[in-house]
Design a protein around this ligand. Structure first.
Ligand SMILES: C[S@@+](CC[C@H](N)C(=O)[O-])C[C@H]1O[C@@H](n2cnc3c(N)ncnc32)[C@H](O)[C@@H]1O
Length: 360
C-alpha cells in the first residue's frame, strides 16, 4: 500500500469516538441548560454584566461551589462567555436565547422537560418490541409544560402581529367577531394570545391530554379571559356543524394517532369560506433529503422516538407519521383527501415550522 492510499485506522476510530462523545456532551450540556433555566441562573445573568461565581451565587441564593462548576461547564460549552479573573457573562445574543422569555429567540424553555422526556427511555425498550408507543401524557404535567416552553415564545411574539395578517381575510373576521378553534391546543398559549387580541371572537381549544388541558385552564385564568373555552376532544369533540371561521393546529398533526379522522372532523366543522392554519415541522419529503439537508434531523428523529411517533402509535392502528413525517406533499395529499381544495404554504420566519393555509 503506498502512502497516498494508506488509511490510519486507529486515527479514524479516534475521530469516530470523538464524534460519539460529542453526542454525550450534547446530552449532558442539555441537562446543564435545564438546571440553569430552572434555577434562574440565566435570568440572573441576563443583564450581560460579567460576574463571579460568588456574585451569581449571592444573587440566586445558591451554593457558590455548585454555581462555579456550572459556570465553568457553560463556558467550556461556549454558551456563556468567560471574561478572565473568574468572571462570566451572557453575550447579548445568549441573553436573548437563555434569559429573555419575551424574545422570539428564547430557547431555554425547550429544555424544561428534559428529565421527563428522557425518563421514558426504559419504557421505550418495550415499545420497540411491541410496536405500541406511549401516550402524550406519559411525560406527566411537565411534558405539556415542556412543549409549551418550546413553542410559546413564537405564539407570544409572532402569531398575532406577523402570521395572522398574512392569511387571506382572517384578521378582519377575527376583529369583527368570529368562531375559532385550536385543535391540539396543548396548554392553550396560541389560543389565549389570539383571544386577547380579538375580544369579539370566541375561541375553543380541543385536546386529548388531561395534563395539557389542566394547564390550559390555569393559563386562561391567569389571562382573565371570558372568550376562551377548552374541551376534552374525546368527550366533547369538534361539533362537525360547519360553524368555525378559523381553525388552527400547531405542531400536532404528526403526533396524532388518527390524523385523517381529525382532518375529516375539521373539514366538517369549518365554514365553506373558513381557513385552517396548520403549523407542522419543516421537513423534507424523503429521508435522503432530510439526511443531506436538515441539520436538525438527528434531534428530530430522536424526539420522534421519544414522543411524536410514540404517541401516534399509542393507539391501535396509529398512523405513526413521526416528527419528520408530515412534509408538504403529505400535507397536500391528506388535506385534499379530507375534502380541502385550496392549499398555500407560508414562510413565517420560523426555521423549525412550515405553515399551510388550507381552505375548503
Ligand atoms: C406537540 S403538542 C402541541 C400543543 C400545542 N398545539 C402547542 O403548540 O403548544 C401536540 C398536541 O396534540 C394533542 N393531540 C394529539 N392527538 C390529538 C387529537 N386526536 N385531538 C386533539 N389533540 C390531540 C396532544 O395531546 C398535544 O397536546
Amino acid at each position: 500500500m503506498d502512502s497516498t492510499t494508506h488509511v490510519d485506522f486507529g486515527e479514524q476510530v479516534r475521530e469516530f469516538i470523538k464524534h460519539v462523545f460529542t453526542q454525550l456532551s450534547g446530552l449532558v450540556v442539555s441537562g446543564m441548560i435545564y438546571l440553569g433555566h430552572h434555577l434562574g441562573l440565566y435570568r440572573a445573568l441576563g443583564d450581560s454584566v460579567a460576574v463571579t461565581s460568588e456574585e451569581l451565587a449571592a444573587k440566586t441564593g445558591l451554593h457558590e461551589r455548585w454555581v462555579r462548576e456550572w459556570l465553568r461547564g457553560q463556558a467550556a460549552a461556549k454558551l456563556i462567555d468567560y471574561h478572565g479573573d473568574g468572571r462570566f457573562a451572557l453575550s447579548p445574543i445568549a441573553a436573548l436565547v437563555f434569559a429573555n422569555e419575551n424574545s422570539p429567540a428564547f430557547a431555554a424553555g425547550a429544555f424544561a422537560a428534559l428529565p421527563q422526556q428522557l425518563g421514558v427511555l426504559e419504557q421505550l425498550l418495550e415499545s420497540f418490541a411491541t410496536g405500541v408507543g406511549l401516550p402524550y401524557d406519559a411525560f406527566g404535567p411537565e411534558g405539556a409544560r415542556g412543549v409549551e416552553g418550546m413553542l410559546a415564545p413564537w405564539f407570544r411574539t409572532m402569531l398575532v402581529p406577523m402570521a395572522l395578517p398574512r392569511l387571506n381575510g382572517v384578521v378582519p373576521k377575527l376583529t369583527e367577531g368570529a368562531k375559532v378553534a385550536d385543535v391540539g391546543c396543548g396548554t392553550g398559549v396560541a389560543l389565549i394570545e389570539m383571544a386577547k387580541a380579538f375580544p369579539r371572537s370566541e375561541f375553543h381549544g380541543y385536546d386529548i391530554s388531561r395534563h395539557a388541558l389542566a394547564h390550559a385552564e390555569i393559563n386562561k385564568q391567569y389571562a382573565c379571559l371570558t372568550n376562551v373555552n377548552f374541551h376534552d376532544a374525546q368527550a366533547d369533540p369538534l361539533p362537525g356543524d360547519a360553524s368555525y371561521d378559523f381553525i388552527t393546529s400547531f405542531d400536532c398533526v404528526h403526533d396524532m394517532a388518527h390524523p385523517a379522522v381529525v382532518m375529516q372532523a375539521i373539514r366538517k366543522s369549518i365554514k365553506p369560506d373558513g381557513t385552517w392554519l396548520i403549523a407542522d415541522i419543516n421537513c423534507k419529503p424523503t429521508f435522503e433529503e432530510n439526511l443531506a439537508r436538515n441539520p436538525m434531523a438527528a434531534m428530530m428523529y430522536g424526539f420522534s422516538v421519544l414522543s411524536c411517533m410514540s404517541s401516534s402509535l399509542s393507539e391501535p392502528g396509529g398512523a405513526g407519521l413521526g416528527t419528520l413525517g408530515f412534509s408538504e406533499p403529505v400535507a397536500r395529499r391528506m388535506t385534499a383527501e379530507a375534502g380541502f381544495t385550496r392549499f398555500a404554504r407560508h414562510d413565517f420566519d420560523n426555521p423549525v415550522n412550515a405553515y399551510y393555509e388550507v381552505r375548503p
